[in-house]
Design a protein around this ligand. Structure first.
Ligand code: MG
Ligand code: MG
Length: 283
C-alpha cells in the first residue's frame, strides 16, 4: 500500500522485532498453504476467506488490512494488470493469470506485511519474466538493507536489477516502515539512489516491495476506488517482505524459518540468528 503518515522513524528493540517476526511467520506459513489453492476456477473471494480464517486461527492474530482505511477484504488480491489493493470478489482466476496476494497480520499490537505473486496454472513467457525479475529485485533489495547503507540503496538495488529487462518500476507506489502501525515512516522508494535518504540503522523494520510493470510505469485507480492497475492494462508483479535491519544483516521477518527453536532455547536472540539474508521464498 502506498499511503503514508508523516512522522518519526520508530526503532524497534530485539524483543519487538521478535514480536513482529511472530506475525511474519504466520504470513510465511500462510503463503505456503495458499499456494496450492491458487488454481484456475478459484474466486479471489475464496482465497480471501482462506486468508481470514488462517490468520485468525493463530492466537491473537488478525488480518491487518481488514478495515484499514475502510478496505473491505482481509487480503489485497490483484490480478494481472492490477498492481495492488485489489478487492476480493466472485470473479474466478483463469489459467495464465498471475495474482498478487498481499497480507498484513497484526498480533499483540505489532504488524507484519508480505506479498507474493503466484502463477495460475501455466503462464506465458512475459508473466514468467516479470515474476522472476520482481522476485529477484526483492532479493537484492533485501540484501542492500544493512547498516551503513541508506534507504536509497534499497531502491537503487531494484533499479539496477530492472535495468535492461524491458520492465518498468512503478514510481508512485512505495514500501514503508512497519511496526505498531502497518504503515510507518520512512517511505521506501523502488527508484532509489545509492547513498541517498535516511541512513539504515539496527532496529529499523521496513516493508520492501518492488512493484514492476511490463509496459508503462503509470498507474490508474479503478472505479471501485481501491484497485490500482497499470494504465495500459499490461501485466504487473509485486513481491514484498518485512525486513529488520540488524547489525548482523537483514532479517527477513516474513520469510519463514528465520530461526529455529534450538536458537531460542539456547538464549540467542532469534531475530538476529538463522540464514537471514537467504530466506527469500521462491513460490
Ligand atoms: Mg506493504
Ligand atoms: Mg503488503
Amino acid at each position: 500500500m502506498a499511503r503514508q503518515r508523516a512522522g518519526a522513524i520508530h526503532l524497534k528493540s530485539p524483543a519487538e522485532i521478535e514480536a513482529i517476526a511472530q506475525g511474519g511467520c504466520i504470513i510465511a506459513a500462510l503463503m505456503d498453504e495458499i499456494e496450492p489453492l491458487v488454481v484456475p476456477g478459484v474466486t479471489t473471494e475464496a482465497l480471501d476467506r482462506f486468508v481470514d480464517e488462517y490468520v485468525r486461527s493463530h492466537d491473537g492474530a488478525v488480518p491487518a488490512f481488514k478495515g484499514l482505511y475502510g478496505f473491505p477484504g482481509s487480503a489485497c488480491i490483484s490480478v494481472n494488470a492490477e498492481v495492488v489493493h485489489g478487492i476480493p470478489a466472485k470473479r474466478r482466476l483463469r489459467g495464465g493469470d498471475i495474482v498478487s496476494i498481499d497480507v498484513g497480520v497484526r498480533r499483540e499490537g505489532w504488524c507484519a506485511d508480505s506479498a507474493f505473486t503466484f502463477p495460475v496454472g501455466e503462464i506465458g513467457a512475459e508473466a514468467a519474466h516479470i515474476m522472476d525479475v520482481t522476485r529477484d529485485a526483492l532479493r537484492l533489495a533485501v540484501a542492500a538493507t544493512v547498516p551503513g547503507n541508506h534507504v536509497g540503496d534499497i531502491g537503487a538495488a531494484v533499479v539496477e536489477r530492472v535495468r535492461g529487462t524491458g520492465l518498468a518500476i512503478i514510481p508512485d507506489l512505495v514500501g514503508h516502515g512497519v511496526g505498531r502501525e502497518i504503515h510507518e515512516e520512512p517511505q521506501v522508494s523502488n527508484v532509489g539512489r545509492r547513498g541517498r535518504g535516511v541512513p539504515l540503522q539496527p532496529g529499523m523494520v521496513l516493508a520492501i516491495e518492488p512493484m514492476l510493470a511490463a509496459g508503462t510505469d503509470q498507474i490508474v485507480t479503478l472505479a471501485d476506488r481501491w484497485t490500482v492497475s497499470t494504465a495500459d492494462g499490461r501485466l504487473s508483479a509485486h513481491f514484498e517482505h518485512t525486513v529488520a535491519v540488524t547489525a548482523d544483516g537483514p532479517a527477513v521477518l516474513t520469510g519463514g524459518g528465520i530461526w529455529d527453536r534450538s536458537d531460542e532455547r539456547d538464549g540467542h536472540d532469534p531475530a538476529v540468528t538463522g540464514p537471514l539474508s537467504t530466506t527469500i521464498r521462491h513460490p
